[in-house]
Write a protein that binds this ligand. Structure first.
Ligand SMILES: NC(=O)C1=CN([C@@H]2O[C@H](COP(=O)(O)OP(=O)(O)OC[C@H]3O[C@@H](n4cnc5c(N)ncnc54)[C@H](OP(=O)(O)O)[C@@H]3O)[C@@H](O)[C@H]2O)C=CC1
Ligand SMILES: O=C1O[C@H](COP(=O)(O)O)[C@@H](O)[C@H](O)[C@H]1O
Length: 554
């Protein structure tokens, strides 16, 4: 059991169980290394192992419960692109429980075979693990079923419930619903699913996709509505950026490296930049995007969550509640965004290399004359002793020149720098910068000043570079894999608590209302460009220069 657990790519069910295995690590290692059987036989180690065997055995016994996962909105974009492929990857890795079934639910009429056909087109195996791929796909698809129904029909959900029951048989059964549907029908589904298809013998959990409302009021109403049918611990509000490898690594980088944590404050950090850029527009998604816009789509959730993890105080433990308490604290220490600290933009058509890329409002799914921003840059501040006065700059945009997400930390100047003369007038080039590249081509690098080898004294800007592809050749799991597995295991650390959500909306709601009331016109930028010039003026106001996205620093 120990060998299997240690070599498993899946996480353990909860942090205590992880500790359970970690505590006597030397003994555990001996147990799984044939070279040292005698150590296992000696007093203390074997006693610990026996005790743990019992706990681990009980975990294994729990595996006998079945899990039925219903993807509500199975005919949609997210289900096809992310959810089914992530479930397959978990299956392939052996991370799903022994007894599981997957049900697609939507209004579209489909047979099981049609669902399987649709899903099969989206499945891939990891590059480094092609072995038995097609057999595994076949096995997985046999566990996928479809049920067509209305989102507000208790009858239809009752039928779904019966189908689930048939597949799970007499064992303890757990039900996970993934709401991969537009937010205006979340409540209908939760009402019907909780009344007619929830588990009677095990747990029922619901993963709720973003956006969680449009502002403080609608979000509070949604939370109140959900709580009529579910308890807080049944609700898993997903923000898939929290499942990204480099975002999860933020706390490791900071809290387990002495060289970073002491520098993590206004004393040494000049500004922090959180940048999201996509090189494609909203083509075909206008129906959703136009009533939300980039601030609600990316900033209020993905970038703000990264900011909270970056800036929070040290949690008292790695327990979900301790981490989330710290995130809420830092969000509550922030000032709501001010209109003068925000720049909005919208992409317009642009012709390049003989190809014309359409502007946002030229999309059939976007209302004519829409003022919805597809780009925004903002300066945020945290009112606490650690971060007072440090600008946290966010930038998010669609149809830009590159697809990238990064965290850039620019450090202060070295006081009385002896080498000042070597940098000419551009002293900013002499400051250190830590770059955490979330995607693509994940990596972490620190820009430092270095002497160019040779006679004389010339300085160079160089990188201390952790390039993931070189250091960790194994393919990185998709964020949805991690988060689905966490939801199945009841691990809540990477999901959003309702007070976190309230605090996030408090920051953005006044700005969003003002933008809409004043009908602020976004600055137009060409499709495929670096975005509106206004973003540079905003940064300059706080003495910041945006990091160079799209640079080839690896
Ligand atoms: N797509 C993405 O990349 C991401 C999406 N999300 C979120 O995930 C959820 C699902 O997104 P996505 O898959 O793109 O959405 P889709 O627009 O593809 O909708 C999913 C399914 O919901 C049903 N549906 C769509 N519109 C309506 C409507 N007005 N009333 C009732 N049912 C409707 C359709 O199924 P049918 O007609 O068969 O019932 C559709 O296949 C949303 O909350 C979105 O914000 C979050 C992050 C990324
Ligand atoms: O939540 C969303 O995220 C995607 C970007 O996700 P990524 O994992 O591909 O970076 C974005 O395209 C979409 O607009 C938004 O709703």
């Amino acid at each position: 059991i120990l060998s299997a657990l240690l070599s498993s790519p899946c996480s353990l069910p909860n942090p205590e169980d992880a500790l359970l295995v970690k505590a006597p690590m030397d003994a555990v290692e001996n147990a799984v290394t044939p070279a040292a059987p005698s150590t296992v036989a000696n007093g203390t180690s074997s006693a610990i192992i026996v005790e743990e065997f019992e706990d681990l055995a009980s975990l294994v016994r729990d595996d006998e419960a079945s899990v039925s996962i219903t993807v509500v909105g199975a005919s949609g974009d997210l289900a096809k692109k992310k959810i089914f492929p992530a479930l397959f990857a978990l299956y392939y890795e052996g991370c799903l429980p022994k007894h599981f079934s997957i049900f697609g639910y939507a209004r579209s009429k489909m047979t099981d075979a049609e669902l399987r056909d649709m899903v099969s087109k989206t499945l891939t195996c990891r590059i480094d693990k092609r072995e038995n791929c097609s057999e595994k796909m076949e096995e997985f698809l046999k566990r996928c079923f479809y049920h067509s129904g209305q989102y507000d029909s208790e009858e239809d959900f009752k039928e779904l419930g019966k189908k689930i029951k048939q597949h799970e048989g007499p064992r303890v059964s757990n039900h996970l619903f993934y709401l991969s549907i537009p937010p205006n029908i979340f409540l209908d589904v939760v009402k019907c699913a909780s009344k007619s298809a929830s588990s009677v013998s095990g747990w029922t959990r619901v993963i709720v996709e973003k956006p969680f409302g449009r502002d403080s009021e609608s979000s509070a109403a949604l939370t109140k509505g959900l709580k009529q049918y579910l308890t807080e611990d049944q609700i898993f509000r997903i923000d898939h950026y929290l499942g990204k490898e480099l975002v999860e690594n933020l706390s490791v980088l900071r809290f387990s490296n002495l060289v970073f944590e002491p520098l993590w404050s206004r004393q040494y950090i000049r500004n922090v930049q959180l940048i999201f850029s996509e090189d494609f527009g909203t083509e075909g998604r206008g129906g959703y995007f136009d009533s939300y816009g980039i601030i609600r789509d990316i900033m209020q959730n993905h970038l703000l969550q990264i900011l909270a993890l970056f800036a929070m105080e040290t949690p008292i433990s790695l327990e979900a509640e301790d981490i989330r308490n710290e995130k809420v604290k830092v969000l509550r220490s922030m000032k709501p965004l001010r209109l003068e600290d925000v720049v909005i933009g919208q992409y317009k058509s642009h012709t390049k290399g003989g190809i014309t890329y359409p502007g946002y409002t030229e999309d059939k799914t976007v209302p004519k004359g829409s003022l919805t921003p597809t780009f925004a840059a903002a300066a945020l501040f945290i009112n606490n002793a650690r971060w007072d006065g440090v600008p946290f700059l966010m930038k998010a945009g669609k149809a830009l020149h590159t697809k990238q997400a990064e965290i850039r930390v620019q450090f202060r100047h070295v006081p009385g720098n002896l080498y000042k003369g070597s940098f000419g007038t551009d002293l900013d080039r002499a400051t250190n910068e830590l770059v955490i590249r979330v995607q693509p081509d994940e990596g972490i690098y620190l820009k430092i000043n270095n002497k160019i080898p040779g006679l004389g004294m010339r300085l160079d800007r160089s990188n201390l570079n952790l390039h993931y592809a070189a250091r960790y050749p194994k393919e990185i799991p998709d964020a949805y894999e991690r988060l689905l597995l966490d939801a199945i295991e009841g691990e809540r650390r990477l999901f959003i608590r309702s007070d976190e959500l309230d605090a996030a909306w408090e920051l953005f709601t006044p700005l969003l209302k003002e933008l809409e009331q004043k009908r602020m016109a976004p600055e137009l930028y060409p499709y495929g460009s670096r975005g509106p010039v206004g973003a540079h003026y905003l940064a300059a106001k706080y003495n910041v220069r945006w990091g160079d996205l799209g640079g080839s620093e690896h």
